[in-house]
Design a protein around this ligand. Structure first.
Ligand SMILES: [Zn+2]
Length: 86
């Protein structure tokens, strides 16, 4: 299978006490806080809506977390995020 061009297209949003995976567009519509879906991370993220063909809906770590491979500042060493959202 072709690798996704946008690994940050899905995030997790808490609903009825459980974190649920959904697209960034859906999460944005809900207006709830969202987190990175990767197990080691679960850091808080900001949601960015679709803004043209070259700018699909995506999330960005905020604050940035250099220990997550989905963070644009990833330093190559996967670590647990000390500020994970529970
Ligand atoms: Zn992450």
């Amino acid at each position: 299978m072709k690798k996704s061009l946008n690994p940050n297209a899905f995030c997790e949003v808490k609903q009825n006490g459980n974190w649920v995976r959904m697209s960034v567009a859906e999460a944005k519509a809900l207006g709830e806080r969202a987190r990175c879906p990767l197990k080691n991370c679960h850091g808080r993220v900001r949601l960015h809506p679709y803004a043209g063909r070259k700018h699909p809906a995506h999330y960005e770590h905020f604050p940035k977390f250099t220990g997550c491979r989905n963070c644009y500042r990833f330093d190559g060493r996967i670590r647990k995020n000390p500020d994970a959202l529970k």
